[in-house]
Design a protein around this ligand. Structure first.
Ligand SMILES: [Zn+2]
Length: 191
């Protein structure tokens, strides 16, 4: 069992905080009830090859880290993606307020392509994003339609920039809500 660590009996559920314990028990129950242990085989192969399928760019928001990992798991990408974390995700990569963030993104994408041969970039924005609020000065969460528009604009802008530099890379543009549900954003909003 290469993947025993996923249901690690050495972790004492009573020794970890309440929230973490609930998540641990929930995840343990999920893996046990749905037979999700299969993904350990594919992930071992990916690690042995030194290649990764995908580069994920997500926000740093602590509330969604578990949901993001679960999403990648459902997509069959467990242990098969590099992960860049920038506040605001797409906005973080293109904002003029922190140009070093943009450089960090491009440097990492370049390394990810060279080192691991990634051929897909997933940009994962999320709703109620504090970075969007802080950098753009507006609380978009109160207006979901406007929020979608803002994210779509930034996601499509970064996608176009990536495709200009790496025409053969596939780019997915995604928006997660606070329940962990993900919608694909296909188009920039109409002007
Ligand atoms: Zn955020």
């Amino acid at each position: 069992m290469k993947n025993r660590y996923l249901v690690d009996n050495s972790i004492d559920p009573l020794a970890v905080p309440d929230t973490a314990r609930r998540k641990l028990l929930k995840f343990t129950a999920l893996t046990a009830s749905t037979g999700l242990l299969w993904f350990g085989v594919g992930s071992s192969a990916a690690r042995a090859s030194g290649k990764a399928n995908t580069l994920l760019l997500s926000c740093m928001d602590y509330r969604l880290m578990d949901e993001i990992e679960r999403y990648m798991l459902r997509r069959g990408l467990y242990h098969n993606y590099d992960h860049i974390v920038l506040a605001g995700a797409s906005l973080g990569a293109i904002t003029d307020k922190y140009p070093q963030w943009s450089k960090t993104f491009w440097d990492h994408l370049d390394l990810s392509v060279k080192l691991h041969g990634v051929h897909t970039v997933m940009i994962m924005d999320h709703r109620d994003c504090g970075a969007y609020k802080a950098l753009l000065g507006e609380d978009f969460f109160q207006n979901p339609q406007r929020e979608t528009t803002e994210h779509a604009t930034k996601l499509m802008k970064l996608k176009a920039m990536i495709l200009e530099k790496y025409p053969s890379i596939a780019v997915e543009t995604l928006l997660m809500n606070l329940a962990g549900e993900v919608e694909m954003i296909q188009h920039a909003p109409l002007a």
